[in-house]
Design a protein around this ligand. Sequence first.
Ligand code: PHE
Length: 502
Amino acid sequence: MRLPERQLAVLEAASATDERTVVEIAAETGLKPETVTGAAFDLRDEGLLTVTEAETETLSLTDEGREYAADGLPEVRLYRAGLALDADDDPVSMGRVIGEADLDGPAVDIALSNFARKGFGQIDSGELVVDTDADPDADSEAAALAALAADETPEVDDAVIDRLDSRGLVSVEESTTRSVLLTDDGVDALMGGVEATETVSEVTPELLASGEWRDVEFSEYNVEADAPTARGGKTHVLRRTADRVKDVLVGMGFQEMEGPHADSDFWINDCLFMPQDHPARTHWDRFALDVDPMDEIPEELIRRVERAHREGWGEDGDGYHSPWSEEFAREVALRGHTTSLSMRYLSGIAGAELEPPQRYFSVEKVYRNDTLDPTHLLEFFQIEGWVMAENLSVRDLMGTFEEFYRQFGITDIRFKPHYNPYTEPSFELFGEHPETGEEIEIGNSGVFREEVTGPLGVDCDVMAWGLALERLAMLTTGAEDIRDLHGTLADIDFLRNAEVSY
Ligand code: PHE
């Protein structure tokens, strides 16, 4: 007869006369108890042995139980202290008895309640009287504790054990003990000589071709074995946020703009009525590129923008009256905002015939020479947008943002008055971080000044904004550091597990 190795080991360890437990056989064979149990059931199915199961309760003392086994139960100590103070004749004040019994903390309450329950005496108006008929020496709870402390089986009713269990003095663990006994067939098999079959864990072409597969024993699948975690690809949370932003804006009637990452200062700054000596235009803040100046800018537009800077535009403004260099305007840098795209589209150079009303947006990368910190990256995505229409008001601007952020479950944005050289009025937007509760800036907005719209040839209102995509993602994912989201320090675990509902 042939049996798989572990079944053979269990069969050889079993006896026909004495029941042997799985634990004993495991110790003897060096197999794991669960392997022995599995093999024992297989052998039982073959009729080679029987398996009996017994439910056993193992009692053990808790730390508190062990303490009382050594020092006495608090109620017994209280009784003995009462006797020592002659509290059978004369009631004795509780304070004295407790002191005599050397009880403190929670042991006092434990002593009092059990003293009363066991009929050891009375406690009345702060005085104690012991009942001399009571016999704490015969206390079954104390006896059970003593037996357990001496590694003996307590000879008491189950009710006593239950009480000790509910007092937290013993712990009761239930377990199943399995024992095996060889059947006559088992004995015969052993006498006839059993050999171990070879177990094979994988079918090979050789096994199949030679026909040997017929004689080998295949090891069982362990469906509970740990398997490597398989992670499927998923869309980056920032990309999902960007896609959702696009869907929302398209749903609100916006069209998408596109345009160059490296652009002339003319489109990035001059069209926006940013004075050429503005600090943001120095080499500290922008990434200047050492390339040829941009020449394909409409000549007439350059003259109009120059005029706005030198003399102003419209009724009130009178410009900066400072030097304005066309050469500087044609220099190329990485865009620090995508408002350069708005300028291109509003001027008509991007090809669109623009009659109000119009709505445009982009979700594109911008570059700033900022210092990296939890809310700043050197490259990030801006959600640019503008609406061109007659008679726009601040309410239109606020209403648009409320509608937009509501789509992301954000209903508590705040507006603060702000200053931009190119908008009047201007507002910064703030949102509350879901984890830290801090207010974080999420965008900047306003209504373009006449000095911006006039030279571009637009003669109605244009409200516009730049919102930070990463800051929106911080609010929706709870990321506390923008660097967790993208860049070289991105937190892979966070990105794997980040949940967003869009
Ligand atoms: N360009 C601004 C920024 O980057 C955003 C903005 C765009 C503000 C349009 C007003 C109008 O912060």
